[in-house]
Design a protein around this ligand. Structure first.
Ligand code: SF4
Length: 397
């Protein structure tokens, strides 16, 4: 079997039509790859379109204010990606006269660009022969070749990279890389690969391919297809060769490390405002969400850090009223975020503002213009604090 040819044929049949696939412009490819790290296509697409509309060229991005870049990024999380994007655009502007570098080493040297993104840009834009390796690629290769090394280990990555180098045809590098990533996203999916949907009767009787679980979304997609509401699901051309399919071990590959419990981190925010505006707090530059805005914190002496699984708001603190609590899971910690309102004229609001550096008051009209972390954005939305069309659902002053 010619893996490269089969894969590219599959790609030409089933690929999605996405804006960054219609271009070889390295800026657009870089932007799309940066947005799509840890983000699904449906969620990332509007961000990509907004960025391109606002910053159509590297020069536009390089000359922008960081606050505006962060604001456009708001909601995607992983804000260091946006900061690095901005920093790299400034380097390309200053050192390469706005022309994206064209060799792998120079691309890889830009801030925020790792092996995967450098290989994607080099191959999609310049057809340079650098295989990409992301979670999709690791899953496809581990299953087809029966690789039981732990997926994040160096041993696994080395083995897969060697196999990719054998399989990739240099003249087709860009297409091969796009194809294998798309195949992982659409066909060899984590929970319900297509070979599970289209098993032949004899495969079913032989119990090939083992069991895989379906998420609710996959279940409803599958049901829609069964009712003829969508096109036929795509096929997998590798069933004969695929180790995981033949041995019924799809659900065991790739091998994942057991997840450790994430540390819990608590934030207690105070809403302090009057008719002129709201107090906000600009986070420091060595900090989570650096350079973005959140709210002044309730001084730590009023609440007790709690490692238990139950979220507990600060109690019996005069001058504040508990409003809402959210939890948010980041890649490296679990956040519990509590919001309180400072009663008008209460001393606790003054204490909070005077004890923290970076507090300032901004007008209600400007509140929607500042870049804030996801939990603050959610809180503002839930209480209509940034909507110009409806009244806040909270009496603040
Ligand atoms: S047979 Fe199934 S598990 Fe194997 S490559 Fe195809 S979709 Fe993936």
């Amino acid at each position: 079997m010619n893996f490269c040819k089969e894969l590219i044929d599959w790609y030409e049949t089933y690929r999605r039509d996405l804006p960054w696939r219609r271009t070889e412009d390295p800026y657009r490819i870089w932007l799309s790859e940066t947005i799509l790290q840890q983000t699904r296509v449906a969620q990332g697409l509007p961000y990509y379109e907004r960025f391109i509309a606002r910053f159509p060229s590297i020069r536009d991005l390089a000359l922008a204010d960081e606050t505006e870049v962060l604001k456009l990024w708001q909601g995607l999380g992983y804000y260091s990606r946006a900061r690095n994007l901005h920093k790299a655009a400034q380097i390309i502007h200053a050192q390469y006269q706005d022309r994206f570098p064209e060799d792998y080493a120079s691309i890889r040297a830009l801030p925020g660009i790792g092996d995967y993104t450098a290989a994607a840009i080099a191959s999609f834009s310049y057809n340079l022969c650098y295989p990409v390796m992301d979670g999709n690629v690791i899953r496809v290769m581990s299953r087809i070749h029966g690789i039981f090394e732990e997926a994040a280990s160096q041993a696994c990555r080395r083995q897969i990279m060697a196999l990719l180098r054998q399989a990739i045809e240099p003249a087709q590098s860009g297409k091969f890389n796009q194809a294998i990533m798309e195949f992982g996203a659409l066909a060899c999916r984590p929970l319900n690969p297509v070979c599970q949907e289209n098993k032949t009767e004899s495969e079913r009787k032989m119990g090939l391919a083992g069991k895989t679980k379906r998420t609710n979304r996959q279940r409803s997609l599958f049901e829609e297809r069964a009712q003829g509401k969508e096109n036929e699901p795509c096929q997998c051309p590798f069933r004969q060769e695929c180790y995981a399919f033949r041995h019924g071990v799809i659900d065991q590959l790739p091998v994942k490390k057991k997840k450790e419990a994430l540390p819990v981190y608590e934030l207690h925010y105070l809403l302090i405002g009057d008719k002129n505006g709201l107090w906000v707090h600009k986070r420091g530059y060595n900090d989570l969400w650096r350079g973005m805005f959140d709210l002044p914190g309730l001084p730590e002496r009023y609440w007790k850090k709690d490692e238990s699984s139950e979220a507990v708001a600060a109690e019996n603190v005069p001058g504040i009223e508990f409003l809402k609590h959210y939890t948010q899971v980041l890649s490296h910690r679990r956040l519990r975020v509590f919001f309180y309102k400072a009663e008008p004229g209460s001393s606790i609001g003054k204490e909070a503002v005077s004890e923290q550096e970076g507090c300032r008051k901004i007008s209600w009209a400007d509140l929607s213009q500042i870049a804030v972390p996801k939990n603050i954005e959610k809180f503002f939305e839930d209480f209509n604090l940034t909507s110009s069309r409806s009244e806040p659902s909270l009496k603040i002053f």
